[in-house]
Design a protein around this ligand. Structure first.
Ligand SMILES: NC(=O)c1ccc[n+]([C@@H]2O[C@H](COP(=O)([O-])OP(=O)(O)OC[C@H]3O[C@@H](n4cnc5c(N)ncnc54)[C@H](OP(=O)(O)O)[C@@H]3O)[C@@H](O)[C@H]2O)c1
Length: 268
């Protein structure tokens, strides 16, 4: 699906980082954008600042972990625009650290936002798309969904759940006119880890070496236009997934070389 003038696109996690970059890119291409996240004032500001017709973009404050809130947000968007062509399930949070030090509350929160939030978003948006016989779903997973890293076991699991969900659902949607792409970003320069900068694992690089969210947004929309089942950005992330599929030990060796011993400490 080519995004252009009149495309109706709903993005979760639109107030910051990757979602915000996607909102800007979509609006610059003429789309009407539904902006979902928890921070209502930030979404209102963004709706007003995006290029396009005044009133063309919609702030849809909601917590994606609350199914009824997501359903209401999708309903509001469809009522305002008459339908939905593209949905991007992007909202997510990260809490890194050794699994045994991770509180049950943080485990539940990551599961509820990253995994269930994706399911509620896609579930709500699919009905109007399938009824219209057209549309595209994007799920923003992570390189960690292809190959999980130590100190990010639960985060990686939520991202792998998104990957498995998207893999199956793309096939289920065959013949409906609706398609699906799973995105696997590597390290992107956003606020995702701002609250935990002091305790990031040694293998994490981030910061100056992280990729731009705007370049990722372009790569995602190119994948949607080409109806690709996945998009890895930077491309090396996709190669790591391939290496891990062939041999996790081989992927360990690559990771140790690229990120040092903390990325794959066991050698058995
Ligand atoms: N940055 C990276 O290196 C990287 C790499 C791979 C994958 N990803 C994935 O990319 C996605 C976006 O992350 P980001 O890097 O752009 O981080 P970010 O800058 O922290 O943005 C996260 C967005 O999610 C929203 N959000 C968080 N909890 C929410 C909730 N319960 N309900 C609704 N919205 C919620 C936030 O808005 P509010 O706080 O206002 O709700 C914010 O808009 C995530 O799924 C993340 O796992 C990021």
């Amino acid at each position: 699906m080519e995004v252009g003038s009149g495309t109706r696109a709903l993005v979760t996690g639109a107030s910051s980082g990757i979602g915000r970059a996607l909102a800007h890119t979509l609006a610059a291409r003429g789309a009407r954008v539904g902006l979902a996240a928890r921070s209502a004032p930030e979404l209102e500001r963004l709706a007003a600042e995006l290029p396009g017709l005044a009133g063309g973009h919609h702030a849809l404050p909601c917590d994606v972990s609350e199914r009824s809130q997501v359903e209401a947000a999708v309903e509001r968007f469809v009522a305002a625009t008459g339908g939905i062509d593209l949905v991007v399930a992007n909202a997510g949070i990260a809490h890194y650290g050794p699994f045994r030090e991770l509180s049950p509350e943080r485990i539940e929160q990551m599961t509820a936002v990253n995994w269930l939030g994706t399911v509620w978003t896609v579930r709500a948006a699919l009905e109007p798309m399938v009824a219209a016989g057209r549309g595209h779903v994007v799920i923003v997973s992570s390189g960690a969904g292809q190959r999980a890293f130590p100190d990010a076991a639960v985060y990686g699991a939520t991202k792998a759940a998104q990957r498995a969900f998207g893999e199956a659902l793309r096939h289920e949607l065959a013949g409906t006119g609706v398609s699906l792409t799973v995105a696997f970003p590597g390290e992107i320069a956003t606020a995702l880890h701002d609250h935990e900068k002091a305790r990031m694992p040694a293998w994490y690089r981030g910061d100056a070496r992280a990729a731009s969210p705007d370049a990722l947004a372009d790569a995602i929309l190119a994948a949607v236009a080409a109806d690709r089942r996945t998009v890895a950005f930077p491309r090396l992330v996709g190669l790591l997934g391939v290496a891990n599929g062939i041999s996790p030990r081989f992927a360990d060796a690559i990771l140790r070389r690229l990120r040092g011993p903390s990325a794959a400490p066991r050698r058995d």
